[in-house]
Design a protein around this ligand. Structure first.
Ligand code: TXA
Ligand code: MG
Length: 323
């Protein structure tokens, strides 16, 4: 049974969370992007529990969450370029992949032996947890592997109905999409995963062009795996019509195709930020309706729409065979 702890009782929530982390347990924590399944990043057994609970392929490295620059510099080599980006966007939805510091105490499971580390300083209550705990937290999104990322405590609880998991509830996530991931390699920047921080914003702050990772670059971010964000229903993209019995996920002021039920609109005012924040919870609601297919209206390929289309394309990709 999941145990939900509200941040309305801040001191109590902090002390129980820190106690569980010290005990080597995983805890579901709220961040501004999505809920994370967190564990002490220096404790191999605790990190292994994350993989076990998520059912995650173990070659995926995990993001290491820090409470600021000092903790970041203890674990990764933050050159001028990385520091400039961190100062501009932290705390916030940006993950920087940088070379691992030789003195870092992070467990190998966190970096998957890549010699690099993905560092992120999250906003809000999760940052307070890291400061109180005094160590970095490894935390992937709190969904089971290959499923939709949770943006509320209730979503997390649905993912783990039979496990004694502590879930810290700080309400719905502000952004609703995972962080932008950028690899900093000397004075080069490579986008590994689009997210709430736009390419334009990165280029403006860094005065450096951002290149895109090629599929031949190997798995640099498993967000690159074909089917990654999948509801149970099949997902069809760029739809203008919808078969009877299918669910409809709209965008903008176009009305839903006739006879479509259930139907939800990511943002009737065509606001991409609102659409991103609604994306996972709406996919989940439509999935829970029992519809076999979810038809999705076209989403413009600009600003946050790039990240939304990236997630939707993965949700629509052919699924791996389940044993
Ligand atoms: O918003 C977020 O980033 C959320 C919240 C919980 O912080 N976390 C999240 O983690 O999305 P996860 O594990 O679901 O996705 C992390 C991505 C993975 O695709 C992983 O491969 C990549 O970050 N990553 C982590 N460390 C890396 C590294 N050293 N090199 C390349 N990619 C890395
Ligand atoms: Mg994830």
């Amino acid at each position: 049974m999941a145990y939900i702890l509200s941040t309305n009782e801040r001191a109590e929530a902090l002390s129980q969370t820190v106690a569980a982390l010290r005990n080597g347990e995983t805890v579901a924590i709220p961040t501004e992007t999505v809920y994370g399944l967190a564990a002490d990043a220096t404790n191999g057994l605790a990190v292994a529990k994350i993989f076990a609970q998520k059912g995650r392929p173990s070659f995926n490295p995990l993001i290491c969450h820090v409470d600021g620059m000092v903790m970041a510099e203890e674990n990764g080599l933050m050159n001028d370029l990385a520091s400039r980006l961190a100062k501009a966007f932290w705390p916030g939805p940006l993950t920087l992949v940088v070379p691992l510091h030789s003195h870092s105490k992070l467990h190998d499971l966190v970096t998957a032996g890549l010699g690099t580390v993905g560092l992120r300083c999250p906003k809000g209550f999760s940052r307070q947890i890291i400061s109180a705990f005094g160590r970095p937290l490894a935390a992937p999104s709190a969904n089971r592997s290959g499923r939709i990322s949770p943006t509320t405590a209730a979503h997390v609880a649905n993912e783990y109905p039979n496990e004694p998991l502590l879930i810290v509830d700080d309400g719905p996530c502000e952004v609703g999409l995972e962080s932008t991931i950028v690899k900093v390699d000397g004075d080069h920047l490579t986008l590994l995963r689009p997210g709430a921080i736009s390419i334009e914003a990165l280029e403006e702050i860094s005065a450096t062009p951002v290149r895109f990772a090629k599929s031949t670059d190997g798995i640099q971010a498993p967000g690159m795996m074909a089917s990654h964000y999948a509801p149970d229903a099949a997902v069809l993209l760029n739809c203008s019509s919808c078969a009877r019995g299918a669910a409809w996920l709209g965008f903008g002021n176009q009305p839903a195709p006739i006879d479509t039920s259930p139907s939800l609109n990511l943002s009737s005012s065509s606001n991409l930020t609102e659409a991103a924040a609604n994306l996972y919870s709406y996919l989940q609601k439509l999935d829970e309706s029992g519809a076999k297919t979810i038809c999705v209206a076209p989403i413009p390929m600009e600003e946050l729409g790039i990240a939304i289309n990236d997630r939707l394309t993965r949700a629509a990709a052919p699924r791996p065979e389940t044993p």
